[in-house]
Design a protein around this ligand. Sequence first.
Ligand code: NAD
Length: 252
Amino acid sequence: MAETFDLTGKTALVTGASQGLGAGFATTLARAGAKVALAARQTGKLAELQRAIEAAGGSAHAVAMDVTDAASVRAGFDAAEAALGPVDVLVNNAGIAIPKPFLEVTEDDWDAVVDTNLKGCFLAGQEAARRMAGRGGGSIINIASVLGQQVIGHLASYCASKAGLIHLTKSMGLELARVGVRVNALAPGYVETPINAEFFHGPAGEKLVKGIPQRRLGQPDDLDGALLLLASDASRYMTGTVVTVDGGFLLA
Ligand code: NAD
């Protein structure tokens, strides 16, 4: 299995790599042998992660990238490729949520969420695909959510952005297959990260966890199998799919 998911010789770029799932994805890809470009708005936040990857024998390079800004995306890819070589794998991970009742969502809230979660994946995905298409292909992994498939309250902009991202994944998969670029979505359920741990260990969070068929929160490394499958050639005949990793959440 380890051999099947071997990423030696490949370069991956992870957006929003400074914390949470993005930092975990970068670490996992590096452990599988990929050289990893760590992209975030502030590169200062990436120094510790880069050191940790390098200390474990991996290769990483920090690049500045705001996924909502096309020029910044292009410059980030240029910097990543100058340091690590052509990007073979893009993980479109950067994402935000602004929880609010629907009637209180402002236009600015809406724009911030949709620009980051949907337009950001379009911009980085198009930049990656243009480069990959010219040299035989690559794999783009869009980090969606179970909330792109099922809604909950107070997250209208987030749910809409993730549903849009799932459809964007399919459109890209359809059009880019002929140039060897595979595009798939990884849809996590509830995964514990430093920013949500407090919520999930409070009363509302615990109630929510009881509704998950496997009766536990996901941990970041629960996503590793799906991530490595989609990043590696093991998924060479997969494109336009949604791989859901949610402990059965969508079944409940
Ligand atoms: P997080 O807030 O810890 O990390 C998000 C990262 O994106 C941060 O590093 C942030 O700085 C970065 N980011 C935000 N806006 C950006 C921009 N304009 N340009 C570049 N980077 C930007 O959140 P997380 O829980 O690690 O979530 C990562 C992804 O996984 C998101 O897309 C999220 O929607 C998705 N997701 C998370 C969960 C979960 O339970 N944690 C579940 C489903 C999906």
